[in-house]
Design a protein. Structure first.
Length: 318
């Protein structure tokens, strides 16, 4: 008995899926419209994620380049410089990530390399004494902490060795703040677009299922009279909407990977941070593909559930 009951459930489940697929094909134009709108929704979600990750990588790249240089007087010894460096590293409030010592010789070599084609500048510098003082370059986990680093190095106890620093209203820091604002705007705009298209998708699918229910009104009444279960009657509508979502998910993924990511390397020639984002998407390809399809099925099924609750009234047969 248990075996036959299980077999009957499998048969009914198969019939539900077949009925849902047939309904999807019967309503070809409505199905196409619902699938296209949902494809746009899922594509906007993927594009928002791509833009957000790219902007995050861009900001991180800029932040990694922001530092402050502390220049020392000629009489400062290496031991005194090391002591200051240790004081900075050991201060938890500063959140120091890196302190790099640059000797006079290293500074001179670096300058000469950068200006190797400017003979006049090199000749002028060669005649200048102490043109390249020793220095340390300090990076912090939070770029806002650089001001506190400078406040420490400007204290009275370090004035005998510290000559000056490079801190000011840094253009790089301003650029990072602006990039952060742009990134926030892009995320919010993408989120709003995804919500708007998501709402449109739900309305379109809801209306499609409503029309399907209306067209099959007589068939539903007959199935109910002969004792069909609620699942057997409602299931095909859920399957139909799930097919919208699955196909939309596949189309959105194909568009994103074969159109957007295929062209992204060209953009990488201008914005280098696009390349690591593309690599991350390629690494997570299966997760993103399955997640996109799952989200599409979820949106479709949820829309169908709302339509069923509102428009499909099943009477209890005694």
């Amino acid at each position: 008995m248990k075996g036959s009951s299980f077999k009957r459930r499998l048969i009914n489940t198969r019939r539900v899926f077949v009925s849902g697929a047939h309904s999807f094909l019967r309503n070809a134009w409505l199905s196409t419209a619902a699938t296209i709108v949902m494809t746009i929704t899922l594509s906007s979600i993927l594009l928002t994620l791509f833009a957000s990750m790219t902007s995050t990588n861009t900001i991180k790249s800029f932040e990694d380049k922001i530092d402050v240089s502390i220049f020392f007087k000629a009489n400062a010894t290496k031991a005194q410089i090391d002591k200051l460096s240790e004081d900075l590293r050991g201060n938890p409030e500063l959140e120091v990530k890196e302190v790099m010592y640059i000797s006079e010789e290293e500074a001179k070599t670096s300058f000469e390399e950068q200006n190797k084609d400017d003979l006049k500048t090199l000749q002028a510098i060669a005649q200048t004494k102490d043109a390249f003082p020793a220095s340390i370059r300090v990076k912090t986990l939070d770029t806002a902490k650089l001001q506190k680093v400078v406040e420490v190095t400007r204290q009275e106890k370090y004035k005998t060795i510290v000559d000056k620093d490079s801190y000011k209203d840094d253009a790089k820091r301003t650029a990072v703040n602006r990039l952060g604002s742009i990134a926030k705007f892009l995320r919010n705009a993408g989120l709003v677009a995804s919500i708007v298209f998501g709402a449109i998708s739900i309305l379109v699918i809801l209306n499609t299922i409503r029309m399907t229910i209306f067209n099959r009104k007589d068939e539903i009444e007959i199935m109910q009279l002969i004792g069909a279960s609620k699942w057997y009657i409602r299931g095909p509508f859920l399957v139909e909407a799930g097919i919208y979502g699955a196909i939309a998910g596949v189309l959105a993924v194909l568009f994103f990977y074969f159109v957007v990511l295929a062209q992204a390397p060209k953009l990488g020639d201008y914005v280098q941070e696009v390349t690591p984002t593309v690599n991350q998407f390629n690494e997570w390809s299966w997760i993103l593909i399955l997640s996109t399809i799952a989200i599409g099925i979820l949106i479709g099924s949820f829309s169908s559930y709302l339509a069923i609750r509102k428009h499909l009234r099943l009477k209890t047969v005694k």
